[in-house]
Design a protein around this ligand. Sequence first.
Ligand code: PGA
Length: 245
Amino acid sequence: MKVVVTKSYDESCAYVADMICKLVNEKPACKLGLATGGTPVPMYKKLIEANKAGKVDFSAVRTVNLDEYCGIPGTHDQSYRYFMDSNLFDHINIDKANTYVAKGLGDAQANAAELEAKVREGGAADLQLLGIGNNGHIAFNEAADVLHATAHIEQLTESTINANARFFEKKEDVPTTAITMGMGDILAAKCVVLIATGLAKTSAIKGLIMDDVITTQNPSSMLKMHENVVVVIDEELAAAVGYKA
Ligand code: PGA
């Protein structure tokens, strides 16, 4: 695992945006696994800027997103389809037909099966972007006694519902279930890039980069079994976990 410590969150976002631009320039028809959440938003802004400046062309890129809430349509302003459109896809020259975010409405099992098929279609993602939950979740694979390998329906934990309540009018509006890629889906990517910032992530990141333990109670710790993982954190978070480059 490669740990990159940057001076600031903004620099972390620039680092990851740069990685993605380089990949797309080298392989224009690459497959990207994308993530939602607060963390990647400034990074997506940098991709938009790079695209508008003619430095990267997304016209042949395919994307599959990690997860989607159950029970809300893609038009809902907190759905991950809406998030991806408004924070990235609507502002770059990607073909929306080449972007996939799982469906939030309809038969959840069928929607999970469709996500799994999209993960496999055309082979492994060239790069999978990840954030991390305060509890160490990646995508919506929540800390538990067992984890799932493939796409499935996940019951969200209190910690995740509380963390995501800031995006909704009230906590009761946060969906309690979601469709998510499984751990095997994430680990199948050729390269995994995880970006984290903020002291709420201290314990999760400590479990990922400091402890020599793999545990389902911190799903991110399974990334230690992948040979091409890049964790990008800023100095503040590195200091909090006691990481020295
Ligand atoms: P955040 O979420 O970027 O909003 O902190 C990350 C996650 O839950 O994976």
